[in-house]
Design a protein around this ligand. Structure first.
Ligand code: SDX
Length: 440
């Protein structure tokens, strides 16, 4: 039987840090988690010293306490509720990881069957939503469609927007996990001008998604089990990642009491950025721009040139200063998919492998600890599976929805939760009087 995930099986020991400013000395509590850096609790700093801390980009700031995902960037470790990502990706399926992220423990067989059934029964969207797509141009970026359609979910599912009701919170969570693949597949079908394909309850999460994307009414479509397994693994690798930009966006939006559908739409918007989830699309476009192995040195030089805004997309990470553990599994999946599809020599893969080899031996990348991240190989795999580059970040959003909603749920259920409202270092004008236009 799964044990209660609320028992803290580690002692939270506290220490203190002395802080003095302008002749005033205060004592700040230092808190240790179960693993990872300790934190200095600065909640009373402003009240006691009149000063704020300053950390744009939050490079040294813990925004919350969480028990969902742990990353050790120096060691290249990623744990979901304590389980290593490579074990989950190799042995689990995506809905099992969803259960783990939401409830804190791996499900028993009965719990898994019940969870799968609950998600499966929510995969269809309100039929009226199909009209939503017709308002977009066919060539609209699918991420723009996702922002619009997911934000509109709260207009269709009023009965699960009361965030104070645990029952409604869970129904909204299940609906979002279940409907994201359907909404994403509909965005793809609309983009390519093909009719929408309804979900099929007998298919598992990834197979259902591939069927909704690639089946057509004129003939039966059989999902390749190897490709479906690869898709499941890709979803697992993207499921959650601690307090990244889009998760922090969802938490901040949720801290105001906004409904979960609106919060997830905010997360999708943030994920779209090329520095974040948009990097998989940008990385594949970059590999295409490089085009051949002999042009790699030119782009490496550009990436190192301070005056050139070009960066190697799919390289570097705020937290990982070692190889992103997901990138290793992604690379293996890339070879599996290309092998299954009989793609012998993919020029983009040749460029990617050579680019990685050169970058990992280059002084600049070694000194700045820049390694391939999850977005470096995912694009090659997704392209081989048949997706256009504009759909890559959409797939990231489909997978990350469970991470966003698990983090949102943890925040809402935290009794100390309050609205997030950062302050600033003001360097603008001090007060001055209005000058009539005649005198300007
Ligand atoms: C994701 O946070 C998460 O967990 C995100 C994510 C998740 O699962 O949610 O893991 C998903 O977003 C992965 C990252 C995808 N983005 C990219 O691949 C875009 C390319 N990478 C860079 O933009 C950058 O590495 C970031 C945005 C990922 C990280 O930015 P940081 O931590 O703010 O790093 P930085 O910009 O401070 O860079 C440190 C130094 C800088 O040089 P200096 O100013 O110190 O001289 O390294 C350089 C940067 O110029 N640098 C790069 C580089 N990334 C950083 N130089 C060339 N190419 C790069 N890719």
């Amino acid at each position: 039987m799964a044990s209660s995930s609320n028992e803290k099986d580690f002692a939270m020991t506290d220490a203190n840090a002395d802080f003095s400013l302008n002749g005033k000395s205060i004592n700040l509590k230092v808190r240790k988690g179960s693993v990872g850096p300790e934190v200095v609790d600065i909640g009373s700093l402003y009240k006691e010293t009149g000063a704020f801390t300053y950390d744009p980009g939050f490079t040294s700031t813990a925004s919350c306490e969480s028990q969902i995902t742990y990353i050790d960037g120096d060691e290249g470790v990623l744990l979901h509720r304590g389980y290593p990502i490579d074990q989950l990706a190799e042995q689990g399926d995506f809905l099992e990881v969803c259960y783990l992220l939401l409830y804190g423990e791996l499900p028993t067989r009965t719990q898994k069957e019940d969870f799968d059934r609950r998600v499966t029964r929510h995969t269809m969207v309100h039929e009226q939503m199909a009209w939503f797509y017709r308002g977009f141009r066919r060539d609209a970026h699918p991420m723009a469609v996702m922002c619009g359609v997911v934000g509109a979910l709260s207009a269709f599912y009023h009965d699960s927007t009361d965030i104070s009701d645990p029952q409604q919170r869970m129904i909204a969570s299940i609906r979002l996990i279940a409907k994201m693949p359907t909404i994403a597949a509909m965005a793809y079908k609309y983009h390519v001008g093909q009719p929408f394909v309804y979900p099929k309850n007998e298919l598992n999460f990834a197979a259902n998604f591939l069927h909704m994307c690639f089946a057509v009414p004129c003939e039966d479509y059989k999902v390749n089990p190897i490709l479906a397994r690869a898709m499941e693994r890709i979803f697992i690798l993207h499921a959650d990642h601690e307090q990244n930009a889009s998760t922090s966006t969802v938490r901040l939006a949720g801290s105001s009491g906004a409904n979960p559908f609106a919060c997830i739409a905010a997360g999708i918007a943030c994920l779209w950025g090329p520095a974040h989830g948009g990097a998989n699309e940008a990385a594949l476009n970059m590999l295409g721009e490089i085009g051949s192995v002999d042009r790699i040195p030119e782009f490496i030089a550009r990436a190192k040139d301070k005056n050139d805004p070009f960066r190697l997309m799919g390289f570097g990470h705020r937290v990982y200063k070692n190889y992103d553990p997901r990138a290793k599994i992604m690379q293996k999946t890339t070879h599996e998919v290309l092998g299954e599809l009989g793609i012998k020599d993919d020029p983009l893969l040749d460029v990617a492998m050579e680019l990685e080899r050169i970058a990992l031996t280059d002084e600049y990348f070694i000194e700045k600890k820049l390694y391939p991240n999850i977005d470096f190989y995912s694009g090659i795999t997704l392209k081989a599976l048949g997706f256009p580059t504009t759909m890559f970040t959409v797939l990231f959003a489909v997978a990350r929805t469970v991470g966003w909603i698990a983090q949102w749920k943890e925040m809402i259920e935290d009794p100390s939760q309050k609205i997030g409202r950062p302050r600033q270092l003001y360097t603008g004008h001090t007060q001055r009087d209005y000058t009539p236009i005649a005198k300007r």
